[in-house]
Design a protein around this ligand. Sequence first.
Ligand SMILES: C[S@@+](CC[C@H](N)C(=O)[O-])C[C@H]1O[C@@H](n2cnc3c(N)ncnc32)[C@H](O)[C@@H]1O
Length: 241
Amino acid sequence: MGMTDIDPDQIGITNQPLEWRDGDMPYSPAFGDHFYCQTDGRLECGHVFLAGNGLPERWRDKDSFRIGELGFGTGLNFAETWRQWKKQRTDGQQLHFISFELYPMQRDEIDRALSHWSEIDAERTALTAAWPDQPEGTVSLKLDEQTTLSVVCGRARDGVAAARPDFDAWYLDGFAPSKNADMWSEELMRLVCEKTVASGTFATYAAAGFVRRNLGAAGFTVERRPGFAGKREMLCGVKPA
Ligand SMILES: C[S@@+](CC[C@H](N)C(=O)[O-])C[C@H]1O[C@@H](n2cnc3c(N)ncnc32)[C@H](O)[C@@H]1O
């Protein structure tokens, strides 16, 4: 069955079957896509999601900062963000990373994928130690004194609709738009914008015209930038103050 035949409302929460390429690179046969770029998903995270949202600079002088993510997957974006946060933060600052995920992975799958990067060994070890055997509902983990991770299990549209309206930044990471239009719909982009503070931002590797238009229609001022590893374009943007 092709991805366009899949209706998330009908599937319920279950594990998505994974294939492993080159030993530790997860691939989703259901969506027909990798979880991150094959060049280097950790560096891609820094270029697209952190820099695209003006991080780490925007962390300065903020008592608390809330990042939303569409698609937790392996937790790579979280682990890299947490690593950089630990290097940049000052006493008392709080980071809350809230990710929306339809098919939460099992601990051993997260471990296998993240083991690829020795740079995030500490974050992988702590995340997998805290990760529940059966992730469901909202998995909320206080991972250190200044860092909280919440993974809201279920369809992103429903989770974002129910979320607090105070996100400072968004990582839009829901597989390629051509493979998973559900994660890039105008309805979901509107919800994302509604839940964003004034001057809050988003970033994504996606550059498809319909994604750009949906984000613009949702209320973001959208900018095109050079993508990671030779990709011509990525998108980032800001909610006008
Ligand atoms: C590109 S992967 C995310 C990679 C991830 N950020 C990481 O660091 O590994 C996309 C994720 O979106 C999830 N997903 C797909 N459709 C979804 C939906 N409608 N609602 C919530 N999550 C969805 C998939 O299960 C997958 O884990």
